[in-house]
Design a protein around this ligand. Structure first.
Ligand SMILES: *Cc1c(COP(=O)(O)O)cnc(C)c1O
Length: 504
């Protein structure tokens, strides 16, 4: 589709301003069209040349866009509307828990008492913030069945690193350093990366044909040099690692620890206490489970919970409560130190706290139950239209593949791109790696049955198109401003800066 870059209107389908291919602000420029006309000064004018060094003076800025105020407003407003987010549509991105975040949590995070608080304000003037952090730690400990929690890490992967550094410190502390971490193939990709970063050697183990880890596989891999097993539970194919108790006993018997990647806590709240089934260290992703809008890659918050034996190793400062007074405790000789400047991403803690207080224990449990129900509803209804990687009930997400579409030359990527034409953000694709051509769908608990039904209808229609007119999928998306891009090239050679001919 050719688009007139000046008016932005497509000669094929003049669908109005909402579907414009927005030109660059520089392309909207028109010589001599000022945005703002300042009023004439009411003080005597002076020559700037007298005060500003010669080399810093210039008569004009080459290539500077000359646009009216309304041009500027429309330009940036339109760009902002191109963003797809959970506030604009269904976002079934598996592994990411793109659930709706109640706006009241945003309002709480913006309260000036929180948002304007200086991190070095005296403790007496920051009691509310300290209390919030202290109580949030307690809630997380309660949800996970752990003994103590730090809020410092700023993402899930950062929490993993923090947990692994504590595990390393633990073995160093008892004078018997261990060097290996066992990680199953159904773990999240950040797990081996974090283990490597913390100085460990990664020992991969294979999950069974049914998608979960067997006790026998762990038994065979576990030895005296293994510091920990790092398990994602529910794992990345959305299945609960049901042998975890047995597996944890094997690891503990050989003196190892059990790390659980708890980013999928949205499936466990109020249903499973990880601390009670053998987990020693777990990280939470507040930005997934406990309300924070995702976007632009951050910010995040990845608190870490530990069992008593690891509590002295938690990062400093800790938050102390004596009577009704809260304070920071820095004097902790066994601590691994700091993971982050100040205390972590505070505004995300406020959102999580507000979310938990509003939901209550029962509400959180209900959220997990419905997250699981919604995922299984989609799984059941799409079964037969797409191949199910593991045909057993799932937790909060389910993984399909393109196996049934392959005979028509249609791949997972084609299905994902075609979904855009139906108005949906595609699910996670080609992850997890254990499933060839995976399509990973996580609806979350915040979607209505009507939304799920419409999405299912779209997925079914696409499965039908794959049989009757695969070219529709091969050429998708057809309804967007930009069609299918070379994603590798777009990632490797992003054009982030417009270079005016005259130079700025
Ligand atoms: C998202 C996710 C992570 C990584 O979390 P970040 O906040 O992106 O660093 C780790 N493990 C699992 C299972 C995840 O879903």
């Amino acid at each position: 589709m050719t688009i007139n870059r000046t008016t932005g209107l497509s000669p094929l389908k003049a669908r109005g301003d909402m579907l414009m291919d927005e030109p660059l602000i520089f392309e909207r420029s028109s010589e001599g069209r000022p945005g703002v006309l300042p009023a004439a000064p009411d003080v005597p004018a002076v020559d700037a040349r007298k005060f500003i060094p010669e080399k810093m003076l210039r008569d004009a800025i080459g290539g500077f866009p000359q646009v009216s105020e309304i041009d500027v407003v429309r330009h940036y407003t339109r760009l902002s509307q191109w963003n797809f987010g959970v506030d604009t549509g269904f976002y079934p991105l598996g592994s990411c828990t793109m659930k709706y975040n109640p706006k009241i949590n945003e309002a709480a995070a913006r309260l000036s008492g929180f948002s304007m608080l200086h991190p070095y304000a005296p403790e007496e003037t920051a009691q509310g913030a300290l209390q919030l952090m202290y109580e949030l730690q307690e809630y997380l400990a309660d949800i996970s069945g752990m003994d103590a929690v730090t809020l410092q890490p700023s993402a899930g992967a950062h929490g993993e690193l923090c947990g692994l550094l504590m595990i390393a410190a633990y073995f160093k502390g008892i004078g018997a350093m261990r060097h290996k971490i066992i990680i199953p193939d159904t773990a999240h990709g950040t797990n081996p990366a974090s283990a490597h970063l913390a100085g460990f050697k990664v020992v991969p183990v294979k999950s069974e044909a049914n998608g979960v880890l067997s006790a026998a596989a762990v038994e065979a891999a576990m030895d005296d040099d293994t510091a920990a097993l790092m398990l994602t539970n529910p794992n990345t194919i959305g299945l609960f690692e049901r042998n975890i108790k047995k597996i944890a006993a094997i690891v503990h018997k050989k003196g190892g620890l059990v790390y659980c990647d708890g980013a999928n806590m949205n499936a466990l709240m109020g249903l499973v206490k990880l601390g009670e089934i053998g987990v020693d260290v777990v990280q939470f992703n507040l930005h997934k489970t406990f309300s924070t809008p995702h976007g632009g890659g951050g910010p995040g918050s990845g608190p870490v919970g530990v069992k008593k034996s690891l509590e002295p190793l938690l990062p400093v400062p800790r938050i102390k409560k004596s009577g009704k007074k809260y304070s920071f405790a820095y004097d902790r000789p066994d601590s691994i130190g700091r993971m982050k400047a100040f205390y972590g991403n505070f505004s995300i803690m406020v959102r999580a706290y507000a979310y938990m207080r509003r939901m209550g224990k029962d509400g959180l449990k209900r959220a997990s139950e419905i997250a699981i129900l919604n995922a299984n509803y989609i799984r059941e209804r799409l079964k037969g239209h797409y191949q199910l990687a593991y045909d057993t009930p799932c937790m909060h997400e389910s993984v399909f593949s393109d196996k049934l579409q392959q005979s028509n030359g249609v791949t997972t990527l084609d299905v994902a791109k075609r979904l855009i034409d139906y108005g949906y953000h595609p699910p996670t694709i080609y992850f997890p790696l254990v499933v060839h051509g995976s399509i990973m769908i996580e609806p979350t608990e915040t979607e209505t049955k009507e939304t799920l039904d419409r999405f299912i209808d779209a997925m079914k229609a696409i499965a039908q198109e794959a049989k009757t007119s695969p070219e529709l999928l091969k050429n998708a998306p057809a309804s967007t401003r930009v069609g299918r891009v070379d994603e590798t090239r777009a990632a490797r050679e992003p054009i982030l800066r417009w270079k005016p001919k005259t130079g700025i």
